[in-house]
Design a protein around this ligand. Sequence first.
Ligand SMILES: [Ca+2]
Length: 575
Amino acid sequence: MSSRHHSGCRLLGVADIGRLMRFPGTYCPKPGPQGSADARLECGSWHRRQFLQVIGQAAALFGMAGGLPACRSARGQLPNFVIIFTDDQGYNDLGIYGSPNIRTPRIDRMAAEGMRFTDFYVSPICSPSRAALLTGSYPVRVGMPDVHLYDAPFGLSPDEITIADMLKPLGYSTACIGKWHLGQDDKFAPNRQGFDHFYGIRIVNGTQPFENFAVPLYYNDRKITERPNHFQFTQDFTREAMQFVERSQHQPFLLYLAHPMPHIPIYPGKEFQGVSDAGLYGDAVEEIDWCTGLILDHLLSLGLDERTLVIYTSDNGPWLGFGDQSGSAEPLRGGKLTTWEGGVRVPCIMRWPNNIPAGTICSELVTIMDIMPTIADLSGASLPHHGAIDGKSLWPLMQASAEAKSPHEVYYYYAGTWLQALRAGEWKLHLARPESREGIYGECAPWLAVNTTIMEQPELYNLHEDPGETRNVAAQYPDIVVRLSALAEEARAELGDYGQPGRGVRPTGSAHPDYPVPHEWLGSPHWEATSSAMQEDMRAFRKYRFQLLSREDTLDAREQLEWKWYMDHPDQVFE
Ligand SMILES: [Ca+2]
């Protein structure tokens, strides 16, 4: 089958250069978020000298042979790593990826100065993607195929080696800021997974309206408050990240900044409320764009720009069906919680001046699991040897060599422990799933049954010809169906499938001696006790908020929504 698709990496196009020239020399040129709106209107003010510098760097680098990055080979310095990780941001929710109504000039420029990946894969839900990022492995391999909520005593096993653990012996300063979501218990806290510093929340920021303030905020292991102000999250975490960079500037560092936004319920900072044309969701993304610019400017002002690889990506696709709190994965099919492309293919941008050629696009199949091996490759750190690692270094691709190809012959799409699809090259096979199944792993069990598309027969899609997965061509290519089905058997043996663990699966971490594995926890007396305690807590909080609002003379837009919810759900407040 012929293909118009570009594989490998390609160079800056005319349109990209035009885009690059539209923005001024600093990412956030004016103090305060208001500058964000102003900056959008400024065109043609990119300083000519800086533009030539970027183009010159790109030209020099295209001739660069493989081997060590310029940063290490020239100066013997270890590179810094900054990972900016957003929550539920869709494939189409950045200007550079085609968003028609969310403006992200700073992240777009980051892409124009670095590399943008078109086929970057994560898991369909939060925690597994975070586990894959930090361990370089399939989430199901490291015992984190699904999320755990609230008081569940499970998390990423302390026996797993994270990127932070891996970098510590080299003298790296390490910080995790924002959302952890790999275990609430102290036993699983970021400080026990290699991070010197943690500021953020350990669990999900809430999925039910007006309950989400009940998410404790931690400073390392110290609980600062039970109910932080979510409107301040994005800027507060950015500020903390910048302070960490400043403190760590004289040693190599790893900054993992995991924004809780734009996960529902969405709370943009007050300066960004109403600024976008895409509702609360767009406001939150435009705030993240501004804050990403602040961090990039900060690196530049500290002289760290060329010594720092900055990676921007998201943990899963957009959560559809929440009106102005939903993003978009267009032109991909589906969203979060599904193994359609929209659920698992997300934006990914890498910027590292003088190392990654500017304005490059990589369309090879790459994954969140590849970040850890890439960082190992660039720093010289040793990858852990306690078990298999599934990711591969992306450094050959990051150099934009036309010969560099995806390091993955095949990629497996898991929803929880359920193997639902696989991709090899341009072909994606959805495995037959003739009946609805609930998860058997953790508390989010029902999401599998609700969100999985049932199919009697396997369905085959050519992602190069049909990225939206609209034309099942299984009948035309039976040999490809057979070949990919055989590859699925390899995953079943090694990683398992729906409750049958594979030989390479490692245990989930448990903080409760009576419940070593998650499926025994769900429905247990202990689970019922903690669930009802949590419900009581939520109910008390709603009642408190209801009484507070009932005494107010005027309510702002957000409070009006909250009030309406109480009116519509009296049983949730009074009974
Ligand atoms: Ca998420």
